[in-house]
Ligand binder design. Structure first.
Ligand code: 4AD
Ligand code: MG
Length: 436
């Protein structure tokens, strides 16, 4: 609150409990204005919504009327006025201004109604003020809130792994290399190996960090920097880990449904679409998924990877996420544990979001045997030096353990029904863009 002001209320509060005739103070930004002679209609927005302000010559000092008349879009203002019902106004009520103070003027706003996607991305620092972007950010905050609450209730401790690392967790192809004094280092692709080290003191851990992937692919689901929620659990196999995943994702969705139904609707997502997100999620083996896709006309064989196109086709008819388990060992990371009941495969699961959105989680049980792990690193031609500390985890009291990584923007894209993942993050980093 600014000094000397009667306490302002959020626009959303004024509109949700309107008291006709009551004086209210609001503070926000000009969303649009139009004027006809002695009257100005200004729509003002803040983080909670928009309200119409009617500014009539003679009802307030002349200078303030002139300010309202000439205030450009995105000027910041403080308005005091009485609440009146007006069926045509957004929200059904308006403020009749008795005071209109311009706080910060504005240059002509570079974003108008019909803009190219490129111009919006160049002006991302301004475009994030839009109602759609605001709604997405609120949904994202609720996704994180739901996750943290569930993790706390289930005894997971939040930890802070490093971002600068000398290990490639997910393969060399997508590593961002940097000069680290006289050595080479990378930006982290995944906190997994550090979380594996931390279960020996804390049993159940998770971290929320940026992860970096030098993905050359220009797709609607790849960022080069994304927020990664990762979890690792001692004394748990792949099945136990999948239960954690489905309960966690359900908790995220429930938090959004509890707090953000209006935002979902504004984004074109019917909240009812998400009602079927309830555990247990379907479990399908990779080999069955390949057969199902072959039946749809895909030219695949055991050993083919499932990319975006295959995942889209496979999940198009689903209404809740679905697990695909037991991928072939050859196409998965070195640390995944072989399934003794089906040794061509590993004890892993990808969680695919429904409606074609595809992979949101990658997880597995971890290989605990030192000899097997070393052999797999060698087979994938990964130099062992940088992994000695990781191999130590198998030398000192190794236990069965499992974990996973969830891409926050992938989840937000699905929940908000967004066309492109870049709209799930305020300042997207992609192959094409690192500005603003
Ligand atoms: O499947 P990924 O590569 O698995 C790992 O990194 C494991 N080490 C995680 C773990 O077990 N701790 O990535 C995990 C998830 C994916 O399922 C996806 O949701 C997201 O991270 N992700 C991306 N999100 C946005 N842009 C990208 N380029 C992404 N790459 C992966
Ligand atoms: Mg994956």
């Amino acid at each position: 609150m600014l000094m000397g002001m009667s306490s302002p209320r959020k626009i959303g509060q004024v509109l949700s409990s309107p008291v006709p005739g009551q004086e209210e103070a609001i503070q926000g930004w000009i969303y649009r204005t139009r004027s006809s002679g002695a009257i100005v209609f200004a729509v003002v927005r803040d983080s909670s919504g928009v309200i119409q302000v009617t500014v009539k010559k003679g009802n307030l000092p002349e200078g303030e009327f002139e300010a309202a008349k000439s205030a450009p879009v995105e000027s910041s203002v403080i308005v005091i006025g009485k609440v009146f019902e007006d069926k045509r106004a957004p929200g059904g009520y308006e403020l009749k201004a008795s005071s209109f103070k311009l706080v910060g003027g504005a240059d002509p706003f570079p974003i108008t109604e019909y803009q190219s996607e490129e111009l919006l991305l160049d002006n991302r620092h301004l475009w994030i003020r839009s109602r759609e972007q605001t709604a997405v950010m609120k949904v994202k905050a609720s996704v994180l809130e739901g996750a943290r609450a569930w993790l706390k209730a289930n005894d997971f401790t939040e930890v802070t792994p490093p971002i600068l690392t000398q290990n490639a967790c997910e393969g060399g192809v997508t590593l961002f290399k940097l000069k680290y004094f006289d050595r080479e280092a990378y930006l982290s692709q995944s906190a997994q190996m550090y979380l594996e080290a931390l279960i020996f003191s804390l049993d159940r851990v998770y971290s929320l960090t940026p992860s970096f992937r030098a993905e050359k692919s220009r797709t609607t689901r790849h960022l080069t920097e994304y927020w990664h929620l990762e979890l690792e659990e001692a004394w748990t196999d792949n099945d136990g880990n999948m239960e954690v995943q489905e309960n966690l994702v359900t908790a995220m969705v429930e938090q959004v449904l509890k707090d953000r139904q209006a935002e979902l609707r504004l984004l074109g997502r019917d909240p009812a679409d998400l009602k079927e997100v309830r555990p247990p999620f379907k479990r399908v083996r990779y080999s069955q998924a390949i057969e199902a896709l072959k039946a749809k006309g895909f030219d695949l064989a055991f050993g083919s990877d499932m990319g975006a196109v295959e995942e889209r086709a496979f999940t198009a008819e689903e209404r809740a996420p679905i697990f695909v388990t037991n991928f072939p060992r050859e196409i998965k990371a070195f640390y995944m544990k072989e399934d003794p009941t089906d040794p061509a495969t590993v004890k892993c699961a990808d969680m695919l979001a429904p409606e074609g959105y595809g992979e949101i989680i990658g997880g597995s049980e971890r290989e605990t045997d030192l000899g097997t792990l070393t052999a797999r690193l060698k087979a994938q031609e990964i130099p062992l030096e940088a992994y000695q500390w990781y191999l130590d985890l198998r030398r000192f009291g190794s236990v069965p353990h499992s974990g996973f990584g969830l891409g926050i923007e992938r989840v937000v894209r699905w929940i908000c029904k967004l066309e492109h993942i870049r709209d799930a993050v305020p300042f997207p980093r992609t192959v094409a863009r690192c500005y603003p």
